[in-house]
Ligand binder design. Structure first.
Ligand code: F2R
Ligand code: MG
Ligand code: MG
Length: 360
């Protein structure tokens, strides 16, 4: 169970990923549903990040939203139950929602919570299956909360896929919602197990994700007359990421934000947000115009916000992957002081690490 990695580095990566979820969410939520940022707004965002990272800046603490709230339920349940317990997890989701309903939850998912409470948790799976006239939700709610599962399964790919599927289907049964959560989980697990001192090869990273999604999406091949992009949409999006990064590395060809958004998207569906988050993480290892920082983790989160749309969630998912790769040392301590519950998230990451490293 314990991975072959320096455990002190691994524990920093656990904290990095959990704090990446939180900081992306807190920093991104004021911009949720905005248009992509104009040059003037990017300057304001840059100044705001600079101030938050400075030692003397006093500002109200930034509140987290449903992304971190649901992630907190997942990590607490994994710690308490030392594994995935759907009954406990669904109760935690519902309890937390009714305690704090104003965390900006998705409109559809509230119906799942109401039905679960209504049936007294006697039937955990039907409420999600009934969403959107039986189609199930294709929202990114499963992906945005998956980081603790990726950390828990850090050394076991089959367990990761299986656990992510089961945990996601409590609320999201559409294949886009489920496969998006699986892709996000794989990206985090992969980043966690890599050495941040070695160069990150975006093409190799993506090739591995493409091969894995090829197998995961293969089982969805119901209609032979469909094109590959329809049968294997996540695999297709991963190929697009590769082309966009290739293009941006040849200086004169930096893709315009409009092109990125047209191809990858920035909305609340998993298909049009999980690949975008992966793109932000991979692109941000290189400098980006109008983002002035030496820190690639901050760059990933700041870049995700400039793309507009579902900023809290895309920044949070990019933060989860970047944090798993770079570890907590790349998260500014002053900035963390401005994020609600940062100390608690750090503590939860430590407890999860203890569970993972002591399970037989
Ligand atoms: N809900 C939001 N943002 C709205 C604005 C919040 C505002 N700032 C505030 O403070 O109140 N953000 C959060 O929702 C996203 C995660 O959503 P989740 O958990 O997947 O929920 P849901 O309801 O299942 O899906 C979200 C929407 O996607 C559309 N949709 C999903 N499946 C569909 C289907 N099969 N057919 C048609 N539409 C479908 C619906 O519009 C759902 O409402 C995150 O961004 C999180 O931050
Ligand atoms: Mg949110
Ligand atoms: Mg959101």
């Amino acid at each position: 169970m314990i991975p072959k990695m320096d455990l002190s580095l691994l524990s920093k990566k656990f904290r990095g990923s959990m704090l990446g979820v939180l900081t992306g969410d807190c920093l991104g939520s004021p911009y949720e549903n905005d248009e992509p940022l104009s040059t003037a707004s990017k300057v304001i965002l840059q100044k705001s990040f600079d101030k938050l990272e400075g030692p003397l800046f006093k500002a109200p603490v930034m509140q987290f939203t449903d992304d971190s709230a649901m992630t907190k339920s997942v990590v607490e349940s994994l710690i308490e139950k030392r594994g995935l317990d759907l009954d406990d997890l669904s109760k935690k989701f519902v309890k937390r929602y009714y305690q704090e309903p104003n965390r900006g939850y998705g409109q559809g998912i509230v119906t799942v919570f109401q039905k679960l409470r209504g049936n007294k948790f006697s039937d955990l799976m039907t409420p999600a299956r009934e969403q959107f006239n039986g189609q199930g939700s294709m929202g990114n709610g499963g992906a945005m909360r998956v980081a603790p599962i990726a950390l828990f399964c850090c050394n076991d790919y089959d367990q990761l896929v299986n656990m992510t599927k089961r945990a996601t289907k409590l609320t999201h049964t559409h294949k886009f919602g489920v496969n998006g959560a699986i892709l996000q989980a794989i990206a985090i697990q992969k980043s966690l197990m890599m050495d941040p001192k070695q160069a990150l090869n975006y093409a190799t990273f993506l090739e591995d994700l493409i091969n894995k999604m090829d197998v995961i999406e293969e089982n969805d091949e119901e209609f032979l007359e469909l094109s590959e992009s329809e049968i294997q949409p996540f695999k297709t999006q991963l190929r697009i990421i590769e082309r966009l990064i290739e293009k941006s590395l040849t200086n004169e060809n930096e893709p315009h934000t409009d092109e990125i958004l047209k191809l990858l998207g920035n909305n609340v569906t998993a298909l049009h947000s999980v690949p975008t988050a992966i793109f932000c993480f991979l692109r941000a290892q290189y400098p980006i115009a109008e983002i002035n920082t030496e820190n690639p983790m901050r760059r990933a989160i700041q870049y995700a916000i400039t793309l507009g749309g579902d900023t809290d969630t895309i920044a949070s998912m990019a933060g989860a992957i970047a944090g798993a790769y770079y570890g907590e040392d790349n998260i500014n301590a002053q900035l963390l002081n401005h994020c609600e519950a940062a100390a608690e998230f750090k503590e939860l990451a430590n407890k999860l690490f203890d569970v993972v490293t002591t399970i037989k």
